[in-house]
Ligand binder design. Sequence first.
Ligand SMILES: Cc1cc2nc3c(=O)[nH]c(=O)nc-3n(C[C@H](O)[C@H](O)[C@H](O)COP(=O)(O)O)c2cc1C
Ligand code: SF4
Length: 446
Amino acid sequence: MKKNENVRAIDYYASILKGTKFENDSREGLYIPYSEDFASTLGLPGKVGKFTAPNRIVYQPMEGQDADEIGNPIEITYNRYRDLARGGAGIIWVEAVSVCPEGRSNAHQLMITEENVPLFAKLAREIKDTCRDANGYEPIVIIQLNHSGRHSKPKGTPEPMIAHHIPERENPLMSEDRIVTDEYLTELKAKFVECSVLSERAGFDGVDIKCCHGYLYSELLSSFDREGIYGGEYEGRVRLLVDTVKEARKALKPDTILCSRLNVYDGYRFRHSFATDKDDSEKYDLTESIRLVGELEPYIDLLNITVGSPYYNSDVSRPYRVGVDVPPTNALRAEVRMFEAAREIHRAYPKLPCVNTGISGLCEKSPYAGAGMIAEDYTTFVGFGRMSFAYPSMAIDILKGRFDDKKCCVACSGCSTLKKNGLLSGCIIRNDMYKKIFREFRANNK
Ligand SMILES: Cc1cc2nc3c(=O)[nH]c(=O)nc-3n(C[C@H](O)[C@H](O)[C@H](O)COP(=O)(O)O)c2cc1C
Ligand code: SF4
């Protein structure tokens, strides 16, 4: 649905606030670009290292929690990715894959090991083949490597491994032996490098050293009072990420894409929060993020820019309208903040291709905003997370100029409720399988 030409873009996007307590909030100073020409703008090819993505649409990493108990992809996983691949995005960013058993986010998270490389090779191959057969081109396929840290639940129940205490989130304070040692972190770096090489061997075009959303690498960025080599001053807090990236770069072939999905702003309402204005957690202070990206830039080919955490401030990391619950803050402001933070980083490093985050919250208006942001140089690629769950064929539809509002994500957060509760995760609105899982979950948890 296009906007009427007399309507300001921000008022057009403001429909996401309809029916919420934020509906009549002032929109002064808020701006999100708009372009009607989404098919050709988002259809532009985009360079990443030695590769060229066939278009500017990225399907963001989205955990489906459907691996078997030892982390192997199973038929549901392959099906999900074949569906996404048919959808025609220029980059498919495979969800968080654990590098070790103790760092799994749940008992059904994917995990890559020496033994299951052939199963991951099948995943990478099937994504490429399916897209090529359906659309005549192959996407760039990236795998995200992670350690869940504080949010580890390898057997389905919490077994936190933390960088530091967060007193506001721990009641009572966790035992000291939950804090990972420097020796553990140094070994973990080697594990990430080893899994990067396994991923390359499996045929992925790129490897993401995940550093976002409050997981272990990301938590270290705000380890202000951690002692030892991985905390304290800026150099200590970023050391694990920077060193892992440098070592992975050395270990990978020169053409393999190395990237990171990075929280450039945490926005947590407690002290341990990276790149957050010290007087107002709703505002970012990108000084350290910009410095960190500068250190990563010589080694990485692509940056995926994100903010917040689904565990502490989902209204910041994944703006949503009224759904399973009501967001505590204005979703339109959250969208503007995410897009502008990415724009600041992008403009600081214009030669480093980047992906932005959070557009699914704009629902049926997202193609116009995505095209507008490419046109106004907010980002190189536009990342769609929830939208890819709801509407996997979205990219190819956009490229043909026909976005179908009836298939669109409505930003209800139902998929996150499934994820939070350790269930198979997918769209509860547009996909019957996940709809049924959600209904059963609700019926059993009244
Ligand atoms: C169910 C679910 C699973 C997710 N899994 C991942 C993941 O594996 N890795 C990651 O970096 N982000 C993950 N995310 C975050 C999304 O990639 C994305 O950042 C977020 O949904 C906001 O973007 P959107 O508005 O396009 O959805 C997940 C989000 C949801 C709702
Ligand atoms: S459940 Fe579906 S419609 Fe709701 S946020 Fe997730 S993907 Fe979007």
